[in-house]
Design a protein around this ligand. Structure first.
Ligand code: SF4
Ligand code: SF4
Length: 60
């Protein structure tokens, strides 16, 4: 599952729109990541502040 850095996230909602699996949802000021995430990485590429990362990137 994709990792989110909640201190970086600006809650712009850009990532929510690009996920074709509808695994991201903006709930008030919280991005919810659901079980449907396939770690495709698309959302991490569109995030303007780099708040989303795949687990292997996050561990580096
Ligand atoms: S990694 Fe892919 S499937 Fe997972 S939340 Fe991001 S866009 Fe959706
Ligand atoms: S694209 Fe990035 S900054 Fe915008 S809501 Fe998603 S994680 Fe947060």
């Amino acid at each position: 599952m994709i990792q989110i850095d909640r201190y970086k996230c600006g809650y712009c909602g850009a990532c929510v729109g690009v996920c074709k699996f509808n695994a991201l949802e903006l709930v008030e000021t919280w991005i919810d990541i659901k079980d449907g995430c396939t770690e495709c990485g698309v959302c991490s590429k569109v995030c303007p502040v780099g708040a989303l990362s795949l687990p292997e990137e996050a561990s580096q």
